[in-house]
Design a protein around this ligand. Structure first.
Ligand code: FES
Length: 273
């Protein structure tokens, strides 16, 4: 799959509530083909203390306008710097990186996202829509501002929300939502992205019902191209780089993610500061 390094023009920097914001970025030439779940590495300029590029899922792609959108949460210096970027500025971006989700023809699809980790699921839902599939989408967070862009998700799927404090949607974790608890067996494919604990719970529930489940890992990343080895995860086939062999994996292929061993894996998720 073709990777490019582009200087992307910032068309818009918009708040998505709380510490979340979206960047609408225009490419200088036709976009490469991007699969939902793939990510990009963004160079943070004008801060000598931020050396490494920052990895972000690709939130949306519009081939007609030649733009991509990133949904970012401010977590540290790099993301804080990016939050202040202005319309007309340029961002140096390497993309698309990694392997994305498998696009299924199954009509009954569930997307489960947590917090800002929900980002790649919007583009995933749009691609499913193009195939005539309207997925069910379940998103959650601690409180309302931790569940960004709910209205955008409602446009592309039957969207349900859970918040731990009950300020939006049902009260509790996404895995405690009535759709998850009572209707999971209705689905033929599950895709999930977000905090590792949430994804493991989703993966275990899917495995118990023998529903194929793909998870998008958020391990710490630096180079994004398989060189630094800081993103390695354990799979049934040995160690694999999340940045090149993932970030999307079949949950049954990951060590420590199955029903018997779910508590043994201690890989951190993305520390995207
Ligand atoms: S981020 Fe460097 S090898 Fe994966």
């Amino acid at each position: 799959m073709r990777k490019v390094i582009h200087s992307l023009k910032v068309l818009e920097n918009k708040s998505a509530g709380g510490d979340n914001f979206t960047l609408l970025l225009e490419a200088p030439e036709p976009l490469p083909t991007i699969t939902p779940g793939q990510f990009c590495e963004v160079k943070v300029d004008n801060d000598p203390t931020v050396y490494l590029r920052r990895p972000f899922s690709i939130h949306n792609v519009d081939y007609k306008s030649n733009t991509i959108t990133l949904l970012i949460k401010v977590l540290g210096k790099g993301t804080a710097k990016l939050s202040g970027i202005k319309e007309g500025d340029a961002l140096n971006v390497v993309y698309p990186l990694g392997k994305g989700f498998t696009i299924s023809d199954e009509p009954k699809v569930l997307l489960v996202g947590g917090g800002c980790g929900v980002a790649p699921l919007l583009y995933m839902a749009r691609v499913l829509n193009e195939k005539g599939i309207r997925p069910t989408i379940l998103v959650g967070g601690r409180t309302t501002v931790d569940v960004p862009r709910v209205e955008a998700y409602k446009e592309v799927g039957e969207t349900h929300v859970a918040t731990e404090d009950g300020s939006l949607g049902e009260k509790g974790l996404v895995t405690q939502h009535s759709v998850f608890k009572s209707h999971l067996a209705d689905f033929k494919r599950i895709y999930t992205c977000g905090p590792e604990g949430m994804m493991k719970a989703v993966a275990k529930a899917a495995e118990a019902l023998e529903i194929p489940c793909e998870v998008s890992l958020e391990n710490t990343m630096a180079c994004g191209i398989g060189v630094c080895l800081c993103c390695v995860t354990e799979t049934k086939e040995g160690h694999k780089c999340v940045c090149t062999e993932g970030p999307v994996f079949d949950s049954t292929q990951l060590n420590g993610w199955n029903i018997d061993k779910a508590s043994t894996c201690s890989k951190p998720y993305l520390k995207n500061e």
